[in-house]
Design a protein around this ligand. Sequence first.
Ligand code: IDP
Ligand code: MG
Length: 167
Amino acid sequence: MNQAALILIKPDGLKKSLTGNILTRLSETKLEIVAAKMVRVSKALAEDHYQHLKDKPFFGDIIKYLQGDLHDRKKVMALVYWGEGAISKCRQLAGATNPEEADPTSIRGSYGRITTSGVYENVIHVSSNESDAEREIKLWFNPDEIIVKLYPIKAIEEEKVKKNTWA
Ligand code: IDP
Ligand code: MG
């Protein structure tokens, strides 16, 4: 069954210049990339993204991590991978959450580390299951930014919306 998975190349992945390596590894899945963009992550977006961890002692640290405060790289690359078994295929390549426990040939095993303050810097986010993927994709992308129709949409008319265009 076709599935969608949200992938984030986190600020440490960008700072370490791993974008190409990570995308090459993910291309082994033969999945299709149906959305991609660079995002400057607000505190609200980071907190929404990690809402399931808000009671954990490391919550504050992972919010700073996703916002790029730990790496002087205030951006992440967000992508949607789509195809048969997308979530398990991408999570398999990503490896375990703890980079020290991840298969050494996985993306996290190859490139992740644990900081001295205990944050798992694991270079990539992959959605855990279909309901998380839907929630996360809707958080990070508007429908028009995704080239396939993943979830139901509705048309709304907005009046007097101010937006930038090319000068
Ligand atoms: P996942 O990214 O493998 O789905 P989650 O449990 O959703 O794992 O955790 C989100 C992120 O929070 C992880 O990718 C990692 O960066 C960080 N994290 C999770 N557990 C710990 C921990 O026990 N110590 C430090 N950081 C953690
Ligand atoms: Mg998770």
